[in-house]
Write a protein that binds this ligand. Structure first.
Ligand SMILES: [Zn+2]
Length: 78
């Protein structure tokens, strides 16, 4: 599915074709592949646009986003 992202580096808006979107155990969205700006190649500065947020909201309402269940990464925090 295509999700709409925005880049705060070059201020462009673009679609990224997602293979999978999941929530991690902290409720953070995990994108596969990692969204990359199609204009400047940035990844750190890429965030969901308003349209992308609506697309995600729709998917959440339809239960199309699962929460990752991983018990292996329980290394201590300091
Ligand atoms: Zn960019």
């Amino acid at each position: 599915m295509k999700i709409n992202f925005a880049c705060s580096n070059c201020l462009k808006i673009f679609d990224v074709d997602m293979i999978a979107i999941e929530f991690d155990q902290h409720g953070e969205l995990l994108f596969n592949p990692i969204p990359e700006c199609t204009f400047c190649g940035a990844t750190e500065e890429v965030y969901l646009s308003n349209m992308g947020q609506m697309q995600i909201d729709h998917m959440v309402m339809r239960n199309q986003i699962k929460t990752v269940k991983t018990s292996s990464t329980s290394h201590g925090k300091s």
